[in-house]
Design a protein around this ligand. Structure first.
Ligand SMILES: [Zn+2]
Length: 132
């Protein structure tokens, strides 16, 4: 029985790839794998060059504008404690902060969820501001 050229595991004559390490076992399989990798790399490169799509870019801009407004509003009512949640909501709206949530939750918070949390924080802030 032939052996894998990479790891030495026994492979079938008919196998294109090693079942142990995935190494291509003939020229045809190697070419096929190369083409697949090239295609993946091309796909990645082309999606990277266009950057964000229109919707994401719009969301990012609106998020920045709203976040800035919230932060300014929050700071302007300080030291009233109502400013604190508004300020936090504003910071939360900034796109880089949303991306940081990916570290905490495994994937970034959905835009809608993020906006809802910011809105709730703003409402809490407004309520505290009015009540105190
Ligand atoms: Zn192998």
């Amino acid at each position: 029985m032939p052996e894998c050229t990479n790891c030495g595991s026994p492979v079938e004559e008919s196998d294109n790839f090693c079942s142990n390490c995935g190494e291509p076992q003939n020229e045809q399989a190697r070419n096929k794998l190369d083409r697949m990798i090239d295609k993946q790399a091309e796909k990645r490169a082309s999606s990277g060059s266009t950057g964000m799509d229109d919707r994401e870019e719009l969301i990012a801009r609106v998020s920045y504008a709203l976040g800035f407004l919230f932060v300014v509003a929050g700071v302007s009512v300080l030291p009233n404690p109502g400013g604190v949640p508004v300020l936090l909501g504003g910071i939360l709206l900034f796109p880089p902060v949303r991306l940081l949530s990916a570290r905490a939750f495994g994937s970034p918070l959905k835009v809608e969820a993020n906006a809802a949390i910011a809105a709730i924080l703003a409402l809490i802030g407004a309520a505290v501001y009015v009540l105190l």
